[in-house]
Design a protein around this ligand. Sequence first.
Ligand code: HEM
Length: 148
Amino acid sequence: MTSLGEPYIPHGGPPQTPLPSPQIFTAMGNEGIYAMLADFYRLLGKSKISNMFPNSEEELLAASRRSAAFFVQICGGPQQYTEKYGPPRLRARHMPFAISLADKAVWLDCFREVIETAPEKYGFPRQHIDGFIAWLTAFAGWMVNQRE
Ligand code: HEM
């Protein structure tokens, strides 16, 4: 959580996995994606890596909205994140946090939990879950910056 000496660089560099289907944004819209990310951050806030995230409900929700803006744009929606915050450069933006493989596993487990009920709750198109998770898993690997 603090550290950080030399960052760990995952083998293979940035992932080349295809982006999630743009039909995800078409189906969910801003509303569905923001609601899904709010619930994902609530889970993170109760997880083993909760110490990385804001304590207050209000700040946690604000953090979820920054993430949601990014997910809107990679799921085929408008470039909201880039317009508000500039180029994503997410590996660099995650550098202030020490992220190990174990942390990544917790993060992905929280996302998988949210995705399980996402078709009913937020209109996530079921046929695009596998592609979304494949992209998410590869991309999460690229956020890892610490050996265990
Ligand atoms: C691998 C495990 C990951 C961990 C432990 C992690 C952790 C974090 C933390 C602690 C923040 C800052 C929260 C705050 O604002 O207080 C953050 C922000 C963010 N994360 Fe992650 N993250 C991970 C993976 C990912 C992945 C895979 C993505 C995208 C697919 C992602 C997208 C974002 C975005 C868009 C932000 C907002 C950056 C901003 O504030 O502008 N993260 N993450």
